[in-house]
Design a protein around this ligand. Structure first.
Ligand code: CU
Length: 228
């Protein structure tokens, strides 16, 4: 992970890649418009852009009405497309359920014999040298990469939000309601996230730590969990 990261995290899932593309694309348009307005305001301020056709110039009005419409279309079409792609849940091979608690997450792998564990943040005092402060958990959620996974989430007490920025997932965990999303990881690694809904005193201390590994390791881990 980069320190002083001001942009989005590197994408690690197809939907997140699309989101990064959309962010960059929209930013280009946004910067262009901002500078156009800025320059025209500077010119207007110094009285350099006035001419006698500016008022009641129908052509001019047509242009500045239609061109924002076209620009908005260029933003709306990819935006909606990516929105629907992100919502798509198709051919999932695995389902896991993340439950929000005050203030930790628990994971259920109910496709298999019921595997269920809690995932608490490792406190700064117990931290090892290779662990991330305020982000690592005692039991990581371990999942295979290159496999479409269905993520279900709900909450036991108040609203939480299960979020992993590098995977482009932000999903509210609402008590009495089951939300679902699709998770597809491109590569192995550790992916971190934090609860994204103000949920009480320790809201900042219930991180999500997802470990992406190959299917063989995942299978071994599952067998170990079942035999425990
Ligand atoms: Cu929370």
């Amino acid at each position: 992970m980069n320190t002083w990261l001001i942009s989005l995290q590197n994408a690690n899932s197809p939907s997140s890649e699309l989101m990064v593309f959309f962010h960059d694309f929209t930013m280009i348009i946004l910067i262009l418009i901002t500078f156009m307005i800025l320059f025209s305001m500077i010119f207007l301020f110094f009285n350099k852009m006035t001419n006698r056709f500016l008022l009641q110039g129908h052509l001019m009005e047509m242009i500045w009405t239609i061109s924002p419409m076209i620009i908005l279309m260029f933003i709306a079409i990819p935006s909606l497309k990516i929105l629907y792609i992100t919502e798509e849940n198709h051919m999932n091979k695995l389902t896991i359920k993340c439950m929000g608690h005050q203030w930790y997450w628990s994971y259920e792998y109910s496709d298999f014999i019921n595997i269920e564990f809690n995932s608490y943040m490792i406190s700064s005092n117990d931290l090892m040298m290779n662990e991330f402060r305020l982000l690592d958990t005692d039991n990581r959620c371990i999942l295979p990469f290159n496999l479409p996974i269905r993520i279900l989430t709900s909450s036991i007490d108040v609203i939480h939000s299960w979020t992993i920025p590098s995977l482009g997932i932000k999903m509210d965990s609402t008590p009495g309601r089951l939300n679902q999303s699709m998770l597809y990881m491109n590569r192995p690694g550790l992916f971190f996230g934090q609860c994204s809904e103000i949920c009480g005193m320790n809201h900042s201390f219930m991180p999500i730590c997802l470990e992406s590994t190959n299917f063989y390791n995942f299978k071994n881990w599952l067998f170990n969990m079942i035999n425990q």
